[in-house]
Write a protein that binds this ligand. Structure first.
Ligand code: 3PG
Length: 308
């Protein structure tokens, strides 16, 4: 019996990516099943019933989904963050969970600059704005996206700083980035702070009022990571107390309407998380995901497993 691979994407891949995944699956002798643009979690629960593998994006692979996936051996998150997979439940069921690190980083990094420019140019409203050139940019967490953000920032002639206790200072220095020892120092120093933290219990609410209030006059935070890493009550407090504070996010907070209504001239939110929503990122991450599944079934390769 040929293996069944489900591609479950509530936010669908570009057609080109699906075509590539489909071609590789076919070559491997797999049957590909698509569940795109679904709106009910129950649709995902139903779709996994007889699949051997699945490719997802921000789709929630909960304990309930896993319990219904009787044949599932592997789930690959086509992307970086895997906070949407119940890793413990997967481990208990013997399901290997993987991500595809780096495959969509450039797309996210480009959006960082789109958001920064939007704030700097006052939403293209006709008001006089500022330039990115010569400004200090702080990268909070120097992973794959942070590295790409630094590369692009160099083209804008920005001065780049980074805080990441898990990355060697030598690596940052080699990339032309000034490593910063303390998180607060990054926020104090920079005109823009771009957040690239993963969502985990240690990072939820990490960017709080205490940290944000250290920022310079007219400073801005750009969040393309996860909404939960910025504490929402703190964000509202910051907007209320600091009339000079700017915030733009590709991961809009729950209070986005309130912020937009009261502080619309100092904030911007994409309608939907769009950072990785490019044809190129979809193709890269989608192809990596199906290849990882093929290698796993053929050779037992678990290189990108995140739930060991
Ligand atoms: C990721 O973690 O890879 C990014 O946040 C992109 O997520 P998406 O696939 O839901 O767009």
């Amino acid at each position: 019996m040929s293996k069944k691979v489900l591609v479950a994407t509530s936010k669908p891949f570009a057609k080109e990516a699906v075509d590539s995944i489909s071609m590789l699956a076919k070559e491997a002798g797999y049957q590909l099943v698509l569940l795109e643009s679904y709106t009910q979690q129950q649709d995902l629960v139903n779709a996994v019933a007889d699949v051997d593998a699945m490719i997802i994006r921000s789709d929630d692979v909960t304990a309930e989904v896993l319990a219904n996936a009787k044949n599932l051996k592997i789930v690959v998150r086509a992307g970086a963050g895997y906070d949407n997979i119940d890793l413990k439940a997967a481990r208990e069921k013997g399901v290997v969970a993987m991500n595809t690190p780096g495959q969509n980083s450039n797309a996210v990094a480009e959006v960082v600059f789109g958001l920064m420019l939007h704030l700097a140019r006052r939403g293209y409203s006709g008001k006089s704005g500022t330039e990115l050139k010569g400004k200090k940019l702080g990268i909070h967490a120097y992973g794959n996206v942070g590295v790409m953000v630094n590369k692009i920032a160099k083209g804008f002639d920005m001065e780049v700083f980074a805080y990441d206790p898990f990355v060697a200072k030598e690596k940052m220095t080699a990339d032309g980035v000034t490593p910063v020892d303390a998180m607060a120092k990054l926020y104090e120093t920079c005109d823009y702070v771009s957040i690239h933290l993963p969502k985990m219990k240690e990072t939820i609410g990490l960017v709080n009022f205490d940290l944000m209030s250290k920022m310079k006059k007219g400073a801005a935070i750009i969040n393309t990571a996860r909404e939960e890493v910025v504490d929402e009550p703190s964000l509202l407090e910051m907007f209320g107390q600091r009339k000079d504070f700017f915030y733009a996010a590709d991961v809009a907070p729950k209070c986005k309407d309130e912020i937009a209504a009261k502080y619309g001239d100092r904030s911007f939110f994409t309608a939907k998380k769009m950072g990785a929503q490019t044809e190129e990122a979809n193709i890269n991450a989608g192809i990596a995901a199906i290849k990882q599944i093929i290698n796993f079934f053929r050779t037992g390769d678990t290189t990108f497993q995140v739930n060991k």
